[in-house]
Design a protein around this ligand. Sequence first.
Ligand code: IPE
Ligand code: IPE
Ligand code: MG
Length: 246
Amino acid sequence: MAPETAGGDPGTGGAALPRHVAIIMDGNGRWAKKRFLPRFAGHKAGVEAVRTVTRAARAMGIEALTLYAFSSENWRRPEEEVSDLMGLLRVFIRSDIEELVRENVRLRVIGEYRRFSADLVKMVDDAIARTAANTGPILVIALNYGAQAEIAAAARSLARRAVANQLSVEAIDEAAIERELDTRDLPPLDLLIRTSGEVRLSNFLLWQAAYAELLFVDTLWPDFDGAALAAAVATFGQRQRRYGGL
Ligand code: IPE
Ligand code: IPE
Ligand code: MG
């Protein structure tokens, strides 16, 4: 693979833009706590940040934005908080679907969201269907997503085909695994951002992050805005990607 620098298209003089940005939106609870507010207020403010940042990503010309909204481990939270988060997802779909349709955004979901309640699954499916014919930027929401489960599901699917003699064991390579992942149709992940100062991946896009640039910022998610995204993209533009080469 040819070495690739993230820095700059000489033709335009602009810094390289990541094609696919993913964000671990963390810090809603701490944002609320600092203001002596219930955690729910932090999640609500977090939805506002989702709106702001998706608009900014669109304006910047980022092809795909993946947002970690609910992890497969978040079921461990108190029932009330889980139900608050589901409620906010409903609110977001209801209030924002028209804008996504109008703005030519393709909405996608990764993760095992079919484990959610039937009416919410239907809402999500309807929203995806409404944007399916769009041709513009892709907004991916990770719902009940866990990277290890995603990779295990890929392994099961390949094993099933191998056992049925539809696939030779030798054909199971990186590309074959990639074709089984939820992200199969997305551009390669270029930039992975986590807010709130935590420095871990929390089971997010483990396979896809192999050569992504990682950026950990202290900003709490509800405070992350268009300027913060622009700063992250500028930092990405300064990184040198070597992929093991020189
Ligand atoms: C991120 O904020 C939102 C979700 C995980 C859904 P947190 O709720 O994790 O906020 P902190 O980490 O407690 O501050
Ligand atoms: C990761 O944040 C999941 C989402 C942002 C949806 P968490 O707050 O759940 O992660 P941990 O528990 O700190 O690892
Ligand atoms: Mg957190």
